[in-house]
Design a binder for this molecule. Sequence first.
Ligand SMILES: [Zn+2]
Length: 329
Amino acid sequence: MNKVPMSFIIDDPAPVYSTFYVHRKNHLTDYGEPILEKFPNSFLFDFCDIVEKHNMKGKFSVVPMVANQGDIINGLGDAPMEEINEWLDTVKERIAPRFAIGPEMLTHAAAIDLETGKDLDVNEHEWSMMQTEETLTPYIKKALSLLKEAGFDAYGVTSPWRFGIDVEDEYYPSISKAVYAVTGKKNSWVFCRGLRELPDAKPWVAFEDGDRCLVSIPATTYDRCWTMLCTGDVSEKNILACADMYITEDGKGGDIIDVLESGGWPIMISHWQSMYTNGTSAGLRVIDIVGERIKKNLSDRVEWMSFGEILEKVVRDKEAFPIPKVFNV
Ligand SMILES: [Zn+2]
């Protein structure tokens, strides 16, 4: 039996700084606890241990100008350059072999004026809605170029929030053009959509121009670690309950099983801040349990793939991956 591709989307990682901290204007969680502004590099090391242990693969963002703190080449806020470089080197050595690396645009916070380098008064999502291919292309090129300069082979992007979704006809060509201009690669990927509870949920060919092709790879589960960020309940009981929502211990229930049963590809999602769970790493414990359960119950049914491997598979057989009907109206 052919195994079904399975993948894991990690949104929002960056060296040191948290985008979640700046997204909450009062810097408090829903239950009133101060949100930590920074992540220690030890959290990245712990994440690497877990994905290596379970052979997980997927997509991992690196936000190049995270939270308007500067950039990954010239420095971020008051973080020591050694700490930033240790984070970047670890991602190169331990994450990049199994996760496609891509920017989640420049800041995942306030948009940047490319001419002056100054922060604008709108966040990147709001900014994107007013843009065209002409202005989106250099913005995405800048994000890809920063990752290239830092030593990453980035040929896909993630939308911060719903970046570009309201101007898809401008956004998709600009991704394809920007990737080709910065890397010379004709095939690129984008993560900007969720396809949850939809039968047969799979990636699709989102844009083609000559021999350039852009593949949209959706999340097909929810981020089940996020609820712990909202409630602060990081008890062992709740950690197990969150793991059950991805996949139960007996491998018979949960998002992943629902997607498989409906003929789709299980593409899990979580966020850097929801796995860190404000310093407790409770979400990462969930992922550890889920990785173990997938290995135990689904080894003969699914095959872990990075976004790079998924992109290659789709491009080899484009007609088999049409735009889902839900968007094609
Ligand atoms: Zn994000």
